[in-house]
Design a protein around this ligand. Structure first.
Ligand code: SF4
Length: 346
């Protein structure tokens, strides 16, 4: 059973009259074989051009939706811990100047746990980041190698230590249901991870997505993915262990100590407004769904000519809106609150 917390941020009016802001940084050091995100490996990146483009986009969103305050900011990717901290600082300052940040605004950045990136944590904290989400992915070196990750377990744990010194709130990701992973293997790994004592963990099952290197490896018979029955047993074990540890699920893959849930995640699940900027980012605000261009060669001229990188900006069909509100609302353990049903069905 998923937990239904009674005293936590679930009861806060998060995001009411507020706007969550998602900023996508599309670059990575290498492409992981399971990844179908909009992420690219480049030898050289013109950081100033990217900063200008993202600021154009922020200003466009402000023109469209000025009468709100920013309730959370999430730097996702790609690997936003590769962004120079001055870019992060400039974007946060611009959001503050345009809209203002609500009190206690949660500002999260996704980070890879390499030594190069963890050396930037102090500067990222000074830039305004107050929550970090660390991509540990596994506590087993062979599995990290299989997942195509560049860091070792030792490097990952060193980055976790550094992160906890610099950020009040730290989360980390693990990927389970890896090929051949037994229940007892995962039990031992998750038990060790719980022992680190962070207030939030994201636990994802490995899925094989079309267009990834893993999808072609599976077609070639190089490995067999975990089957559904084993996946279900691993999921049930995960829920039991996390509930016992006091970090119940508040969404399919996200677990937190009550009060430590990601406010930004909750905005999505509560079907509240968010602006998404940067290549490929989705947004949903004022009854319209937006998507930015994915390809940077397309997005730069678009940004320059139009002052933003929008590829799509569509009014949501009424039925589509109703269906999404209800299905998203039902997908998280608190469910759709009774008083929210009339609005969902309007
Ligand atoms: S670091 Fe993250 S975004 Fe980049 S390729 Fe790997 S999984 Fe994808």
């Amino acid at each position: 059973m998923l937990h239904n917390p009674s005293t936590s941020v679930f009861n806060e009016p998060v995001g009411q009259n507020g706007l969550a802001l998602y900023i996508h940084w599309p670059f990575c050091v290498s492409k992981c074989p399971y990844c179908d995100f909009n992420s690219h490996v480049r030898d050289a990146i013109d950081h100033d051009q990217w900063l200008n483009a993202l600021i154009f986009d922020l200003r466009h969103e402000h023109q469209v939706n000025p009468e709100v305050r920013i309730s959370s900011i999430f730097f996702g990717g790609g690997t936003p811990s590769l962004m120079p901290p001055r870019l992060v600082a400039n974007l946060i300052q611009e959001a503050q100047r345009l809209w203002g940040l609500s009190k206690g605004c949660e500002i999260t950045l996704e980070a890879n746990p390499s030594s190069v990136e963890s050396a930037r944590f102090a500067d990222l904290a000074n830039a305004g980041i107050n929550r970090i989400s660390l991509g540990l992915q596994s506590l087993d070196d062979q599995s990290l190698h299989f997942l195509g990750r560049a860091h070792s377990v030792q490097e990952g744990l060193a980055a976790l230590d550094i992160a906890r010194r610099h950020f009040a709130r730290v989360s980390f990701d693990l990927i389970y249901a890896r090929p051949g992973q037994s229940l007892s293997d995962w039990q031992a790994e998750l038990s060790r991870a719980i022992g680190f004592g962070t207030g939030h963990m994201s636990l994802y099952q490995l899925t094989i997505e079309e267009g990834t290197r893993f999808a072609s490896d599976v077609r070639k018979g190089l490995f067999t993915p975990t089957d559904d029955d084993q996946g279900a047993d691993l999921f049930a074990l995960t829920q039991a262990m996390m509930n016992a540890a006091g970090l119940p699920a508040y969404e399919i893959s996200n677990h937190a100590r009550p009060g430590e849930e990601s406010r930004h995640n909750l905005t999505y699940w509560r079907y509240q407004d968010y602006a998404g900027i940067g290549p490929g980012a989705h947004g949903r605000r004022l009854g319209r769904a937006t998507q930015r261009h994915k390809n940077r060669k397309i997005s730069f001229p678009a940004w320059r000519e139009m002052g933003m990188g929008c590829k799509r900006n569509d009014a949501w069909h009424r039925m589509n809106r109703r269906w999404r509100r209800c299905s998203w609302g039902c997908a998280w353990p608190k469910g759709l609150r009774r008083k929210a049903w009339p609005r969902a069905l309007a």
